[in-house]
Design a protein around this ligand. Structure first.
Ligand code: PHE
Length: 355
């Protein structure tokens, strides 16, 4: 038998066996490598007698192509097998039950801030923000609060240094100062945010929320203040009639000053707004004190206006029937699930406080 025939038979036989890729590659290099069996046959062509040369060359080419085809087919088969195995292994089993999906809830305080912001924006207020860590000047001095005022006491205020220069703001009123120092009148802003006082019981927590309001323009008076707050409270509680009481009060940064209470009663363990003979204080307000306007260089001959500070948590408690303020900040998942709001249900133009 000629060498060529032998090679062909031997390797055709071999390639019928079960082989892996590296075994096939070995066969490939045995045949077609630099010194491979087929390559060596090609080198022999030159030394073959003229009469046989043509036939030999053509036979050799045929064997070469046959063996190459065999090898390529074998490789393709193996690759297909691998792909099928992979597909089989990585198959998604659509009969598996779905994983449970938990959608978060909007905290009632965030919901309340959203609601307050959208009500005030409808009557021309824009939203400002200030930092939780304030300096003593913006929180007290610029707001006409004297050194001996009780709010300055360590028992009331969280100071951040020995010199009492930096503190956690005790109210949102410093945003009035920041706004008026930064821009020129008129001003018509609200400023919702976190505030801090050294206080803790069923209706007081060391961290709570307020929204400040400030409206400074020519001829803004106490009547505008009453009208604005009346409108806001009715919109917020979604009622036509509500009992509101303006009680004369005192704040160093407003003159005259008032506190506003709303009437409520408790029916079957639930708070009912606008009825009954109980009163709940929800905000402080007044006409901005001339000393404050002087401190921020607003021309007293031309401008005047009102300011108010509303306790957001109290409003949320009243509106959503929550009777312990501390629950807001306990981070109890079950509580939040019950009182929280669906995030897809929040019609608002204000996206909450920046975190
Ligand atoms: N800052 C006051 C407080 O925290 C509320 C207030 C704001 C009163 C603006 C008058 C004007 O009690």
């Amino acid at each position: 038998m000629s060498d060529l025939k032998k090679i062909k038979e031997e390797f055709t036989q071999k390639l019928r066996e079960k082989l892996n890729l590296s075994e096939i590659n070995e066969i490939k290099s045995n045949l077609f490598g630099k010194n491979g069996l087929i390559s060596s046959q090609f080198k022999k062509i030159g030394s073959i007698h003229e009469n046989e040369k043509k036939k030999f060359a053509s036979d050799l080419n045929i064997v070469k192509i046959e063996l190459q085809d065999l090898i390529n087919n074998k490789i393709k088969k193996i690759q297909n097998l691998e792909i099928n195995e992979k597909l089989e292994k990585e198959k998604i089993d659509i009969t598996l039950p779905e994983r449970s999906f938990v959608r978060g809830k909007i905290h009632p305080v965030s919901q309340t801030i959203d609601k307050i912001s959208s009500i005030f924006s409808e009557i021309g207020f824009s939203v400002e923000e200030g930092p939780d860590v304030e300096n003593e000047y913006n929180n007290f001095t610029a707001l006409n609060t004297p050194d001996n005022h009780p709010a300055r006491d360590m028992h009331d205020t969280f100071y951040l240094d020995e010199k009492k220069e930096r503190l956690l703001r005790t109210h949102t009123s410093p945003v009035q100062i920041r706004t008026m120092l930064k821009d020129k009148p008129p001003f018509k802003i609200i400023a919702p945010g976190r505030t801090y006082r050294s206080d803790s019981d069923q209706t007081h927590s060391p961290m709570f929320h307020q929204v400040e309001g400030l409206h400074i323009d020519k001829d803004v008076n106490m009547g505008h203040l009453k009208g604005c707050l009346n409108y806001f409270i009715k919109e917020f509680f979604e009622v036509k009639k509500i009992k509101i009481r303006f009680r004369p009060s005192h704040f160093p940064f407003t003159e005259p000053s008032a506190e506003v209470d709303i009437g409520y009663e408790i029916k079957d363990g639930k708070i009912v707004i606008g009825e009954g003979d109980k009163w709940l204080e929800i905000l402080g307000c007044g006409m901005v004190h001339p000393n404050v306007l002087k401190n921020v260089k607003v021309d007293l001959a031309k401008f005047q206006g009102y300011a108010f500070g509303i306790g957001i948590d109290r409003l949320a408690m009243l509106k959503y029937g929550i009777n312990d303020l501390r629950a807001f900040f306990d981070c109890d998942y079950r509580w939040l699930n019950h009182f929280g709001f669906d995030p897809l249900d929040v019609p608002t133009n204000y996206r909450g406080l920046s975190r």
